[in-house]
Design a protein. Structure first.
Ligand code: AMP
Ligand code: MN
Ligand code: MN
Ligand code: MN
Length: 288
């Protein structure tokens, strides 16, 4: 049985391992099939693909798209996308433009509201890739002694309602799903238990996502404990969505979830990789 991990980050966004280091680590962890899913950017995939061949891991080209749905910030993962697709790249470029403006504005707000100077420059220096985000600010704030760890940096400065938070509109959900589908990929709701939605709202989300052409939800996510797994497996079955698994790994010591350390999907789930053929490249046959 192949070992899948379909959600992680490299230095192209807010991970701390380069794509090469990440693929080597995946091989060491016994991962057979790895999706690199950087935030709103696919530039890590070229290097990742090269190393994947060297270390014997099958790379699934992916991306994690930032979405605004109602008042909620959602993440939609695209799996097996063609990174050369123009519709996808145009969409991602718009989100990265917003990220740059937001980062400058975060710097101004931290200065004005929390008397923390140089945060934009500090975060910019930590962001090696083209997708700057709150994680880079969190690392800067920890390095400056403003917080003892990233969690505290988010809680004090970066979460909604805190001095460095900048509201804004990301991609509409239906558009993010369309970009992914235009690029030949499958759209997956990332870490669905993290959004603090009521059961009713969650069902609305799943039906709108399904209606928009979404394919799967992460039934297993490394970004929180696994207590919700049976409930998510039920939702996937009820809404006829496929099931994905992903650690959301960001690098050594970045969070509690290790690359590739994921429990098996509950029986009854149809894995998102059901129609893939990892030994002959990933391009799926028609169908779901
Ligand atoms: P951004 O897309 O720039 O708003 O940043 C979102 C990223 O920040 C997520 O992908 C996580 O890596 C990280 N993150 C979000 N919330 C938290 C939190 N409460 N504690 C630590 N990291 C977080
Ligand atoms: Mn992240
Ligand atoms: Mn996410
Ligand atoms: Mn992620």
């Amino acid at each position: 049985m192949l070992h899948y991990d379909l959600h992680c980050h490299s230095t192209a966004s807010d991970g701390t391992l380069s794509p090469t280091e990440l693929l080597r680590h995946a091989a060491a962890q016994g991962v057979d099939v790895l999706a690199l899913t950087d935030h709103d950017v696919t530039t890590g995939l070229v290097e990742a693909e090269k190393t994947a061949g060297e270390v014997g891991v099958t790379l699934v080209p992916g991306v994690e798209i930032s979405v605004t749905w109602g008042h909620c910030l959602l993440h939609i993962v695209g799996l097996d996308v063609d990174p050369r697709n123009e519709v996808l790249q145009r969409g991602l470029a718009g989100l990265r433009d917003f990220r740059i403006w937001r980062a400058e504005e975060m710097g101004r707000r931290l200065e004005r509201r929390a008397s923390i100077g140089g945060a934009y420059e500090g975060a910019r220096a930590l962001a090696q890739g083209p997708s700057i985000g709150r994680t880079h600010f969190a690392r800067f704030l920890v390095a400056q002694g403003k917080a003892r760890d990233q969690q505290q940096a988010f809680d004090r400065y970066l979460k909604r309602g805190k001095p460095g938070y900048v509201p804004g509109e990301w991609a509409p959900m239906t558009e993010a799903v369309q970009w992914i589908r235009a690029a030949g990929g499958q759209a997956v709701i990332a870490h669905p238990a993290r959004y603090a939605l009521s059961a009713t709202r969650f069902r609305v989300l799943l039906s709108e996502f399904k209606e928009a052409g979404g394919a799967a939800i992460e039934v297993i996510s490394g970004s929180y404990p696994h207590g919700m797994t049976p409930a998510l497996a039920n939702y996937a079955q009820r809404f006829e969505l496929l099931a994905s698994v992903g650690s959301d790994y960001h690098g050594p010591g970045q969070s509690c979830n290790e690359l590739g350390r994921l429990p098996a999907l509950p029986t009854g789930c149809v894995p998102v990789w059901e129609s893939w053929n990892p030994t002959q490249g990933l391009r799926r046959s028609a169908g779901r």
